[in-house]
Design a protein around this ligand. Structure first.
Ligand code: GTP
Ligand code: MG
Length: 392
């Protein structure tokens, strides 16, 4: 007696194969479902295997040429000779082996680029997941000291629960960010004093001051039925006054232009009784130029009890924003508005500034659309972006 195995997709198929080749006298010893393991589980589907015994004196397999072959997609084919099929199978396996070696190369490179190689001596953290999060936060502009404060306590080798690590890290990031949330903004409180509240926007050139003014004022006018007057001291840039006038015209608001500091009080008087708020647009000025800063300081002296916003772009690096904040802090208190979140890959700067702890963050702006692309600052949203999701 001899033994022969048949492989196919279904029981019926393998029984039929055995019957065709060995005849009705063959005995079925077993029928099993085989699930390939290891790397073969990727390239080969589960299949049915039939083992049969037959009398070699009664059956001449070769003459029947009914060989079968399971190709690597698990499909049965039964044409041509067994020899051809085996050659074909060898070729396919050879190709697959090459492909696997290639894939191993890609994986190795990917592991290297993430530096989560177990054996790497350059890793700052023992735990590979923590190391991975560290590198992700660094790549998003989070300062290494801030990373360390967040990750130090979770860096335990035995800590293998990824969900738990991410949850702890997320909570710590939100905690730092939420310390910078503004509890109360004059701009959002209903001003019932009978006199307009002055809201001043400062910042370096092109960060988005005028666009932010347009967004905030449109929302107050449209959603809260407020009246807003504008004063601009930006007479330096060609078309700056025009830019504000266009927004004001659309909103049905009045614009006053200040050419010299002495005019400020008079312009405020003109607008203060007929509006709920006066929004001050200022010229973008370099914080490194002392004369520029002196002018801003003088302007602020003319405005009674203003609420001040320093507008900074998220696309600037942490050190630059830190310098800008420190320069303006010498003569003023202010909240921050981070613009152009949609343009930055290093949103970690916001976490660094929150950690720096000097100022509260009021708003973030997320695009050029007026009035929609502005939101109240949310620690949760920024934390999610830092851990890999999109700002939505
Ligand atoms: N992508 C993007 N662009 C923005 C955003 N906010 C403003 N901008 C664009 O930034 C550019 C400059 O905006 P402005 O509002 O003129 O900036 P500014 O600070 O008033 O500029 P100066 O008055 O010249 O100092 C414009 O093209 C705006 O549309 C934002 O959140 N995202
Ligand atoms: Mg402007």
């Amino acid at each position: 007696m001899k033994i022969k195995k048949y492989q196919g997709e279904t029981e019926e198929q393998v029984i039929e194969m055995a019957k065709q080749e060995l005849g009705n006298d063959a005995i079925v010893l077993s029928i099993k479902r085989i699930t390939p393991t290891g790397i073969f589980s990727i390239i080969k589907k589960p299949y049915i295997e039939l083992t049969a015994s037959y009398d070699e004196n009664k059956v001449n397999i070769e003459s029947k040429q009914k060989g079968f072959f399971i190709d690597l997609k698990g499909k049965i084919s039964s044409n041509n000779s067994l020899e051809d099929k085996l050659k074909e199978k060898d070729n396919t396996i050879e190709k697959l082996e090459k492909r696997i070696v290639e894939l191993e190369g890609y994986l190795e490179k990917a592991m290297k680029s993430l530096s989560i190689d177990k054996n790497s001596t350059n890793n700052k953290y023992k735990n590979q997941v923590v190391q991975f999060i560290y590198e992700m936060l660094l790549s998003k502009g989070v300062h290494s000291t801030v990373c360390n404060e967040i990750l130090e306590s979770v860096d335990k080798e035995e800590n293998q629960n990824i969900d738990l690590i991410v949850k702890i890290v997320y909570t710590k990031i939100v905690e730092i960010l939420n310390q910078a949330v503004c509890d109360s903004l004059e701009i959002e409180n209903d001003n019932k004093t009978g006199e307009a509240k002055s809201i001043v926007f400062l910042g370096t050139t092109g960060v988005g001051k005028t666009t932010t003014i347009a967004k905030l004022s449109s929302q107050l006018i449209m959603n809260k039925n407020k009246k807003i007057g504008f004063i601009t001291s930006d007479t330096y840039r060609i078309a700056a006054v025009e830019q504000l006038k266009i927004y004001a015209e659309i909103l049905g608001s009045q614009v006053e232009v200040v050419y010299k500091i002495d005019d400020v009080k008079q312009k405020i008087d003109k607008l203060k009784t007929i509006n709920d708020y006066i929004f001050f647009d200022t010229a973008g000025r370099s914080h490194k130029n002392e004369k520029n800063m002196e002018e801003i300081k003088e302007l602020l002296k003319e405005i009674d009890n203003p609420e001040i916003y320093l507008v900074v772009s998220s696309t600037s690096n942490f050190e630059d924003i830190e310098n800008i904040i420190n320069t303006y802090s010498k003569f003023s208190k202010f909240n921050l508005i981070f613009t152009k979140i949609d343009e930055t890959d290093t949103i970690g700067t916001i976490l660094n500034i929150a950690h720096y702890g000097k100022n509260k963050i009021a708003y973030v702006t997320v695009g050029q659309n007026v009035p929609s692309d502005i939101e109240k600052f949310s620690g949760e949203k920024i934390a999610k972006v830092l851990l890999g999701s999109m700002y939505k």
